[in-house]
Design a protein around this ligand. Structure first.
Ligand SMILES: Nc1ncnc2c1ncn2[C@@H]1O[C@H](COP(=O)(O)OP(=O)(O)OP(=O)(O)O)[C@@H](O)[C@H]1O
Length: 336
């Protein structure tokens, strides 16, 4: 069976104007510009199957938006082959565009000065959605995302959360097979995030909607995705299931340290921090004056316990949450 998304050796180079120093160089650059290539994506390979929900994770500047733009045909790769739903996205064929939805959390496709409903009605015509489907889907989306009071307001008057939910509505009205979401919940309150996550999960179950989601809020990925792809500096570092990723993380635990004697608290903790600083494989999660938290490989735990006097410190061991594990991965890679 053909994969929903199939990428082979995809690279993306951007060309940046050469740096100039002084007015002479600046004038020269103006007349005869020179460009320096910068590789944002380096030989990306992966496949995604139909019905999957993939969380695309990476630090700032890792290449996530560049890849999403390639996948939905907004920009072309410099080399490599891209197939999405069997199409070459860069050709922007109508049959391809009718099967995808694209939401960029910090951009809008809605008409800024007009009521939301006008944009939705226009999309209905563009996508040739029949009256019954349009009505049914709109009622469902409006109820699920709590939008009944906002459809008649001009977009410029909407709150951020309302706008993003309207954006999602717009991109689901034509019942796409695959939706790309680039930072859909950035700046949203917990309720709006919850509504979006819940609706995406519902659509996955109900209509086998495939989801390709990038978010710095790892709660979105944990709530909606079965698979994860991690990218760093334009290279894929992990491609597998969320279960495999979490299994990798089980090798670490969280160690919370405080001193038992409040009078000695700060000095005692400083002593602890100084000693634990000698372990190279331990990351600091929280460096408080009265309590510190570390991410520690389980294998190092016993040597840590041996080094500290019993009865002086409170050492609490607990599982590390997903977000702290991912932060730790990024930290490790940034040091490579
Ligand atoms: N049009 C462009 N011209 C030059 N460089 C670009 C262009 N677009 C992106 N880049 C660079 O490519 C790299 C990847 O950018 P991209 O926007 O894909 O990252 P990202 O992972 O989406 O980051 P963020 O999480 O901050 O949104 C960055 O270093 C960025 O500066």
């Amino acid at each position: 069976m053909e994969a929903l998304i199939d990428l082979q050796s995809v690279c993306k180079d951007y060309y940046l104007a050469g740096e100039t120093e002084g007015i002479a160089q600046w004038c020269k650059q103006l007349i005869k510009p020179t460009y320096v290539p910068f590789q944002a994506l380096s030989s990306i390979d992966f496949r995604v199957k139909a019905g999957a929900a993939v969380g695309f994770i990476g630090p700032n500047g890792a290449g996530k938006s560049s890849l999403i733009k390639i996948l939905c045909g907004i920009q072309k790769p410099s080399s490599g082959t891209v197939r999405v739903l069997g199409f070459d996205p860069s050709r922007r064929e109508r049959a391809f565009l009718k099967q995808i939805g694209v939401v960029f959390g910090h951009k809008t496709s809605l008409w800024w000065d007009l009521p939301v409903k006008i944009s939705l009605n226009t999309y209905k015509e563009i996508y040739n959605i029949n009256d019954d489907d349009y009505r049914t889907r709109l009622v469902e989306l409006t109820e699920a995302l709590n939008l009944s009071k906002v459809l008649h307001k001009p977009v410029r008057n909407l709150s951020l959360g309302e706008r993003v939910k309207c954006e999602l509505t717009l991109n689901l009205l034509h019942a796409p097979k695959l939706i790309f979401l680039d930072e859909p919940t950035v700046g949203l309150d917990v309720t709006s995030k919850y509504e979006i996550r819940r609706y995406l999960n519902y659509k996955r179950k109900e209509d086998n909607l495939s989801v390709f989601l990038t978010s710095h809020d790892l709660g979105d990925i944990e709530s909606c995705c079965d698979d994860a792809i991690i990218i760093d500096k334009g290279k894929i570092r992990f491609d597998g299931s969320m279960r495999e990723l979490s299994a990798n993380f089980k090798a670490n635990i969280k160690l919370t340290v405080s001193t038992q004697d409040p009078a000695w608290s700060e000095r005692g903790l400083l002593e602890f921090k100084e000693i634990i600083g000698r372990f190279s494989n331990i990351s600091v999660l929280n460096d408080g004056a009265h309590q510190a938290t570390y991410l520690v490989p389980k294998a190092s735990l016993s040597s840590i316990f041996e080094m500290f006097r019993e009865g002086v410190y409170d050492l609490e061991v607990s599982p590390v949450d997903f977000e702290n594990n991912v932060v730790n991965l990024f930290k490790t890679w940034s040091g490579e």
